[in-house]
Design a binder for this molecule. Structure first.
Ligand code: G6P
Length: 369
């Protein structure tokens, strides 16, 4: 096992650090920037289905569901295709309206999650085209779907999903970009800019990982918290959910992710000097709005830990701690902003003496309903 951990103390840490490579592997051979092409057999062979889809329905559980939420922003924003994201367990018991004009995308690291599998079967029965995004090659979901794309993240052992999440987002971004181009929503030059920037992401993740020592210090300050709030807007709202899930899963601290603007409809009542609030406040997007959310937290004496774009001075003045990530296109920010939140949960869990790789009550793959 020590050999498998490759010199890291835990699988989770190893897998966090593998992300630059894993992301690269997830687009290798698919993203051909010099030719201005995205080649994905599962999509290419079924292009008509995607192009004629009335909507895309994404089904998944846990962290994969969060990747689905990020994909909702990506597909709608870039490719202008309506998307619904469903918890597989809710979808299947709701008598959902599905037709043969729908494309269903099932996202699953393990490819074995029982609820996701059942949702796929239901969608197929109703005539939808079902596309799988799985990590484990040959898994049940990869076999049960009509077509698919593997994430190629390599084995993920830590129960808390890390590299599976970022590679799922990468693969879904490739699909969205391809459809945006095919539909003519994207000009050739915009498309090129995106392909090039996607290729920059692994080195930017590498850079984000350099904050590890700082993050460890921040973790030491908040390790005894009993509640935490995670806020983000737009593309980074799902990142806030995922940040909170990571903390819950491995440190057993109660954490809630919320859309930043929705804070005033409830969670703001919880904010006092005891409450750490992790805010994703990267540039562009809804930056100014998030800054005003930060001011609201500050005036209620909440502790603010902000994930910001490199060189940000405004939030630094307001927050108790800032953690920087490199600048990128707004739609690609989740691939960077997720990194510090993963590291933060890791360090907090470790400091609390928790079993980081095998948290209590959780399983890597949930094959029961
Ligand atoms: C379990 C795991 C999570 C995972 C979820 C969905 O709860 O502990 O890490 O996100 O199942 O798993 P899947 O393999 O379908 O992505």
């Amino acid at each position: 096992e020590e050999i498998e951990k490759g010199g890291y103390d835990h699988f989770m840490l190893k897998e966090i650090y593998e992300q630059p490579r894993a992301i690269q592997d997830s687009y290798r051979g698919r993203l051909l920037a010099d030719q201005g092409l995205i080649k994905m057999a599962g999509v290419d062979d079924n292009l008509e289905k995607f192009m004629n889809a009335n909507r895309i329905i994404i089904v998944a559980c846990g962290t994969s569901w969060h990747a689905g939420l990020v994909a909702e922003y990506i597909f709608e924003d870039l490719a202008r295709i309506p998307v619904e994201v469903e918890y597989a367990s809710e979808f299947r018991y709701r008598n959902p309206v599905i037709t043969d004009k729908d494309v269903v995308i099932a996202i699953s690291q393990s490819g074995e999650t029982a609820d996701t599998l059942a949702a796929i079967k239901l969608a197929k029965e109703k005539g939808a085209f079902v596309f799988g995004v799985c990590n484990v090659v040959g898994s049940t979901i990869s076999r049960e779907t009509d077509a698919g794309a593997y994430t190629h993240a390599g084995p993920e052992i830590g129960v808390a999903s890390t590299k599976a999440f970022t590679t799922q987002i990468t693969v879904l971004t490739l699909i969205a970009l391809k459809l945006a181009k095919e539909k003519g929503v994207f000009s050739q030059s915009k498309y090129h800019e995106f392909l090039t920037e996607l290729e920059n992401i692994p080195s930017k993740v590498e850079k984000a990982l350099l904050s590890n020592d700082l993050i460890e210090k921040v973790a030491a300050v908040y390790k005894d918290a009993t509640n935490c709030l995670y806020l983000g807007r737009g593309y980074n709202f799902p990142v806030a959910l995922e940040g909170a899930l990571k903390l819950k899963e491995i440190s057993y601290i109660h954490a809630e992710g919320y859309p930043a603007a929705e804070m005033k409809h409830g969670p703001i009542a919880l904010i006092d000097e005891q409450m750490p609030v992790f805010v994703i406040a990267t540039k562009r997007g809804h930056y100014e709005k998030v800054v005003s959310n930060i001011q609201e937290i500050k005036s209620r004496k909440g502790k603010i830990i902000a994930i910001v774009t490199e060189g940000d001075e405004t939030v630094k003045e307001l927050a108790d701690h800032v953690i920087e990530v490199p600048e990128t296109f707004e739609s690609l920010t989740p691939l960077l902003t997720t990194i510090p939140l993963q590291l933060l949960s890791y360090h907090i869990a470790l400091m609390r003496g928790c079993n980081v790789d095998q948290p209590r009550n959780l399983a890597k793959s949930v094959t029961v309903e």
